[in-house]
Design a protein around this ligand. Structure first.
Ligand code: DC
Length: 228
């Protein structure tokens, strides 16, 4: 489908296949794509490299304010830079994944990155934006808001498949880690993870990723029809 104009927000917990779905939807709509999680991960790299305690909110805020964070907005490529250094691979590593919840809970960090996200969105006619608070906080007037969810066990299975893990105890540990991160992201004071009141909740427990992409493209098409 082409001709879509506006913003699709895609929020939800980790392990729902959100990134693959968001990129797929952007490609189908001919839209730009913004991965806001990559921006919080990039901020986390800056904090780790500065040797700052991630629980020291003031030091984290200062460090991130001084860092130049750049992300690309094309669905087909992943561009993530901190102070000009390519960190696209590093942001997916265990150290960043362990630390990112603490960094993303700091209000000053959120304000800075939300401002940057809104600027990037304003520069695109059509965009799919993926994150946790996009429909609730970043783009409250978005064209279409989707909240993607799935049972933690299914999310852990998918993550295990990506990592090549088959051991039942390790998969259980992944499920426990997902629950811990959900709990942290949903209970933080600033911009907790929750569906926007006007979002469409899509449960991917029993849908494959292609099915989820089709469903969202259909929703975007209906919305576009309503506006014309
Ligand atoms: O989607 P992800 O796993 O790459 O996100 C990394 C972390 O960043 C995750 O712990 C939640 C946080 N995050 C956030 O707080 N707000 C967003 N809009 C996107 C991500």
């Amino acid at each position: 489908m082409t001709g879509f104009r506006g913003q699709v927000t895609l929020d939800g917990p980790s392990g729902t296949g959100k990134s693959t779905v968001a990129r797929g939807v952007a490609a189908r709509l001919g839209a730009a794509y913004l991965d806001t999680g990559a921006m919080y991960r990039a901020a986390t790299v800056a904090v780790l490299d500065a040797g700052v305690d991630p629980e020291d909110a003031a030091a984290v805020a200062r460090t991130v304010a001084a860092a130049r964070i750049e992300v690309g907005t094309e669905a087909g490529t992943e561009v993530v830079l901190v102070d000009g250094v390519d960190i696209a691979v590093r942001i997916r590593g265990a150290e960043v994944t362990r630390t990112v919840s603490a960094v993303s809970a700091v209000p000053a960090v959120r304000r800075q990155l939300v401002d940057q996200q809104r600027e990037l969105v304003a520069a695109a006619d059509a965009v799919v934006v993926e994150g946790r608070d996009i429909g609730t906080v970043v783009l409250p007037d978005a064209t279409l808001k989707v909240y993607l969810t799935a049972a933690p066990e299914v999310r852990a299975q998918r993550r295990a498949g990506q990592l090549g893990i088959t051991d039942a105890a390790e998969i259980a540990a992944l499920a426990a880690d997902l629950r811990r991160r959900d709990e942290y992201d949903s209970s933080r004071a600033d911009s907790p993870l929750r569906p926007a009141a006007d979002s469409v909740v899509v449960d991917s427990t029993d849908l494959d990723q292609q099915g989820v992409i089709e469903r969202i493209v259909e929703l975007a098409a209906v919305g576009a029809g309503e506006r014309t």
